[in-house]
Each structure stands twice: as structure tokens, then as C-alpha cells.
Design a protein. Sequence first.
Lengths: 351, 188
Amino acid sequence: MTTETEAAVAAAARTAGQGQGAVWHHRHLLDLDVVSWPEIELIMRTTDEMKGILARPIRKVPALNGRRVTTLFYEASTRTRVSFETAARNLSADVVSVSTATSSVTKGESLVDTIRTLEALGAEILVMRHSVSGAPYLAADVFGGHVLNGGDGWHAHPTQALLDLYTMRQHLPGGDLHGRKVVIVGDILHSRVARSNIWSLTAAGADLWLCGPATLLRGMDRWATAWGGGAIPGHGRFHVTSDLTEALRDADVVMALRIQRERMQGGLLPSLREYAARFGLTAERVAQARPEAIVMHPGPMNEGVEIAPDVAISGRAVITEQVTNGVAVRMALLYLLAGSHEAAHAGDVPR
Amino acid sequence: MTDRQIMTDDEIRRAIVRISHEIVEKQAGTQGLALVGIQRRGVPLARRIAGAIEEHEGVRVPVGALDITFYRDDLSLVAQQPIVKGTDLPFDLNGATVVLVDDVLYTGRTIRCAMDALIDFGRPRAIRLAVLIDRGHRELPIRADHVGKNVPTSREEIVKVHVAETDGRDEVSISRRASAAEPAAGNQ
């Protein structure tokens, strides 16, 4: 077989495998560790269709007509919450939005009681954000419907990782991340975005680099080398470094993370100014990456700290695309979750 | 389960040619005409009808593809979400006469979804319906304008349309459902 035919056969196999064979059997989406690569491909394909809906004159389809989606956010959020609610409405679902600041949570109601109450009020899909890692797992234990993790503590933010992956695939030739150098710079320690991205990006075959001050990389080096040679299928090694120049060299994707001032206890960083001076993404630093490299940020940005204002609005930045893609990815997930039924559930048990 | 052939490749070809003539005759020309195939097998059928129209009228009629997954009224009844196959309508629907094309007309629910979906893209002047097989058992007040073949069936039977583009051959066959437990989704 010639190389050309081989390539054609491989391409055909990839196309055939793009979610065609995969079915969705997860009742909840809590993190990407239990989501297989064919399932991620299915999400990406479904997201393509949702993007098509967003481009229509009427951005609404009746797929989830009459289904009840409740958002329960114990932490401040604009984009994630609005994104989920927009996604649910685009699918014609009924949306109830619970803000814990004005709910009985302030009277001391426990998480479990709140969730039971919301279920009794008719919630079928619960989108939840909580400052405690693992809280959505507790919710999934007591809730009769579907739980979608909108971010829990330092642990996971699966929809963000999926929209990041989708955005990268849009910009990389052939939508393929194999061997592409992806650099995540910033506060890795406190970042649920980074942790979820590790699962999806290593599964995608990317050459993943995590970069930041040593104090904000704690524990990551052990994870980075935990699985060599594909001990866990689809998940692989990544690099951890404090050398920004080495990390940025010839990168295809540069992602800055927000310095989370609210999670920063004394001693981790000398000062924001020093962080900006050593790790802030400036135009000169981004120039070390490939000329066609894209710059990403999950938002909200501290401009002038982790990213320079001119970089954030430069032609390489795809930050607003990430936001738009977020709606499409969340539509895809709501659609897929709403169609999964009790009998089909498997593999949702947390590690 | 025994398969019985009810249309050969030649019969399918002739039916498509006849439908193409009927469509042009009804429209009194090809002005403002557009064909929209319903995923999946409606799409190659729509292309073939357009090809036949081009052959005898010398006019290329625009062809689109419509996926009705998000408009189905039975999403809560199926075990897994159906895979979405893509919508592509590369022309302006406003004021056009749209002929929906599908392989089998059965309950009529697919066509209702298709009309809902089409209307979200614009306001066609008219929507018409062309199908290769009409097997009866309507659950909605819908009828086809152009039919390749009327086939009386029972609900226990499955009508399967094969087209060369996706199945490697042109054929319509009918078979009896092996057991009542067999899922109906995807088969008409």
C-alpha cells in the first residue's frame, strides 16, 4: 500500500469514527476522566450541529421542549451561567435559575436538602457550580436526574475543557491535535480548567505543557509522569515547567489562566506585579510561539497580570470565539445528557 | 425474517424520472423550485431527482439537506439520542417552492418535523412532498404530492430502501419484524 492510500484509508477511518459509532451513555457529566475519546468525538460532532443552529435566523430548536433545566451556582459566574442558560433556551428547555445569595442556602439549608427540594420542584437537569471540589458528585448521589458540573473547586470544569478543545480543533489544520504543542500558563494549582483540560488534551494526543511559578505547580509533576506508555488508554504524559521560554517555544496553542486572587493564600506569589513580570503573556513572549499560534483564556481576564491587553485583543486571540463555542458545546451536552436513560448508564462511577 | 424485493433498481430509476417530470409539470417550469432531501436517504434521492430535471429541462435546481433530529417529538422515548447528520440549505427559502424528498412516507411525523425545521429557515411560498414509497398508516393529516410507489403494508412489516450512494445498491425490500421487541427507530 502506498503512503497516499494509507493516508486516505486512515482519513476515511477517522471520518467514520467521528462519533458515528459512539453512543452517549453517561447520566451525568462531572469530569472528563470517565469520558472516552470516541465520546468526546461525538460531543465535538454534535457541537458542530449546534454551531449550525446558532448561525440560523431563528436560533432555536424544539429538541428539549418541556424539559426542565435548573442552574444552581454557589459561586460567582457570568459567562458559564449565562452560557448554560442560553444553551438550554436555544433547545427550548424551561430554565430555572437559583442564585444561592437569595435562596434558603443563606438560612443554612444543606446542599443535599437544596437538591432534594429542587428535584421536588421538578428539576430534571441540574447545572451546578460549587466552591468545594467534589460537591457535584454528592449532588449526583442524591439527585434523580442529570447533573452537569459547571465547575467545582479546584477539581474540574469539563464544559470549559470541551469548548477549549473545540476551539483548538477549529484552528488547527485538519482539526487534529496529535503532536501539537499546547501550553497552559498560569495558576495551575487552583485551576479546575487546567485539570479538566489535562484529561481531554492528553486524550487528543497533544504535546501538553503546564507552566507557572513552582508554587503554583505543586503536585502536577507527579501526575505528569504517572502514566507512561498509555497505561490508561487515551491519557498520557505531559510536561511541567517553570521555564516560560522553553514552554512557549514553537507552541501551537497558548492558554493563559486567571490568577485567582480569591484562592491565593499568602506566600504562593510574592506579588501580582512580579507574576506579571515573569509569567505575563506579552506580545514579545507570544512571538516565541509559532506565527500561526492561537492565544486562549477561559476568562474572566486580569488584563496586565496574566495577559497583556494588546495580546488579548490581537488577531491571534480567540477568546471571544471560546465564549461563542461554549454555548454550542453546552447545547450539545444538554442534548446528549437529556437522551440518556437509566438502563443505559454505565461507567459513571467516580474513580 | 424474510426479505421480499418490491422495487428493482430499474423501477427506482423510472420512478425518479417520472417524479422529476411531475414536479416540473406541477410548478409549470423550474422557476423558484428547490429540492430538500431529508437525512439520510432523502438526500441522494433529491440529488437524483435534480439530476433528472437537469437532463430534460437543462436547469440546475438547488438541492439542500435537512436533518430533523432536533425536531423529533419522540426524543424522550428513544434509548439514546440519535446521531445528528447535518443540515445544509445553500439557498434562500423565502418565496421558493420547496419539494421535500424522503424515501418512505409512513406515520407522517418525520414530514411534520421537516416542515417545522424548514419554516425556521424562512418562509417558502409552498412546501410539497415527494417520496419513493408510501406505505400508509398515517398518524397525521399529511399526504404526498409525488409518490414513486404505493405499497400496502402492515405495521409489523419493515420497508427498507437501499440507495447506491449509502448502501452500495438500489433496491426496496419489505420484511416482517422478527419480534415485537425490535426497535422501530431508523426503520420505516
